[in-house]
Design a binder for this molecule. Structure first.
Ligand SMILES: Cc1ncc(COP(=O)(O)O)c(C=O)c1O
Length: 320
């Protein structure tokens, strides 16, 4: 007699592990009134929020014909976009070269290499290990652009690529709306390329103009707020580059909040000890900002505040 089997539940590749992350209530850090709800972006296969934009930018470049199947790709990264692109490139069979400032954590370079990418480190010109400035990023960018000019490889260009924010408008935003049953009082996010903030806030504002959308910036490098930069070095790697990114649009922003390194570290530690989650600095900053906004009196007392847990703590040196 032929064996019978039940229905299967098998993902066909790591690409199917991208997105659809759980929304977690941080009730131990913030017992109420109100709630902090956080998207678990560290659960993506590249272990960060940037897997979503990686998949979106590569898929659309293939669809439009700008990128040929299996053709070489180059990108400049602080590590997380690189890890996301390396996941996508491994599955889709593209050779990938990533340039990164040597000031970003060696854990990120190790992960990108393990995923099959060729990683080239640009020397730091201004910051120090763990603190990467705009000048350092520009150095990595110049290295990437030279490679593109020399080889003709496809340049992803996350800072100027609309398909970056589209990923969040089409996936992260709708997931938040569905997972909260349409009950969102506020949304908060740090800004690197602004893909996340721009895409999610655009979607949420379309659903309900009154959702309060707040940008989280490193204290002393609050350029979106419009303040002069007094502290370019900060721990929020992957965000706060000291320049308003071209994907950022002010029309979906209601306010900004500054978070110090100490506050980000405090909430990063609380995420570990109270919520059982080992995460990076921008996750700590996002949660610190949620607490500030809930304490500000600007929202209803029982407000549901949504943010993102951007990446895993394993991507950072332990003493930093
Ligand atoms: C750890 C971390 N947090 C936040 C961000 C910001 O994301 P976005 O580039 O979508 O603004 C990044 C971007 O690389 C990141 O690496």
């Amino acid at each position: 007699m032929a064996k019978t089997h039940g229905p299967t539940d098998i993902k066909e590749s790591a690409l199917e592990l991208i997105g659809n992350t759980p929304l977690l209530a941080l009730d131990r850090i913030w017992p109420g009134p109100g709630r902090i709800l956080a998207k678990c972006e560290f659960m993506n296969p590249g272990a960060s929020i940037k897997d979503r934009s990686s998949l979106s930018m590569i898929q659309r470049a293939l669809t439009s014909g700008k990128l040929a199947p299996k053709a070489p790709i180059v990108e400049v990264t602080s590590g997380n976009q690189g890890c996301g692109l390396a996941v996508v490139a491994a599955i889709m069979g593209h050779p990938l070269t990533l340039t990164m400032s040597a000031g970003n954590s060696p854990q990120r370079a190790a992960m990108m290499r393990a995923l099959g990418a060729n990683v080239m480190l640009a020397p730091q010109v201004e910051g120090k290990p763990g603190n990467v400035t705009l000048a350092d990023v520009t150095e990595a960018e110049n290295l990437g652009l030279k490679l593109v000019a020399d080889t003709g490889a496809y340049y992803v260009d996350q800072f100027n690529n609309d398909d970056n924010s589209k990923a969040h408008e089409e996936t992260t935003g709708p997931e938040i709306w569905r997972q909260t049953g349409g009950r969102v009082d506020a949304f908060l996010a740090t800004v690197g390329t602004a893909g996340t903030f721009a895409g999610v806030s655009r979607y949420l504002k379309r659903k309900d103009r009154d959702i309060h959308c707040c940008v989280v910036e490193p204290a002393g490098a609050e350029v979106i707020k419009g303040d002069p930069i007094t502290k370019p070095l900060h721990l929020l790697q992957g965000s706060g580059y000291g320049k308003v990114p071209s994907l950022f649009k002010f029309d979906t922003m209601d306010s900004t909040l500054g978070v110090s390194d100490e506050e980000a570290v405090h909430y990063k530690d609380l995420l570990g000890s109270k919520e059982g989650l080992y995460l990076g600095y921008t996750s700590g900053a996002n949660v610190a900002a949620c607490v500030k906004l809930l304490q500000s009196g600007k929202l209803p007392k029982d407000a549901w505040v949504v943010t993102l847990l951007n990446d895993t703590g394993l991507k950072y040196p332990a003493d930093n």
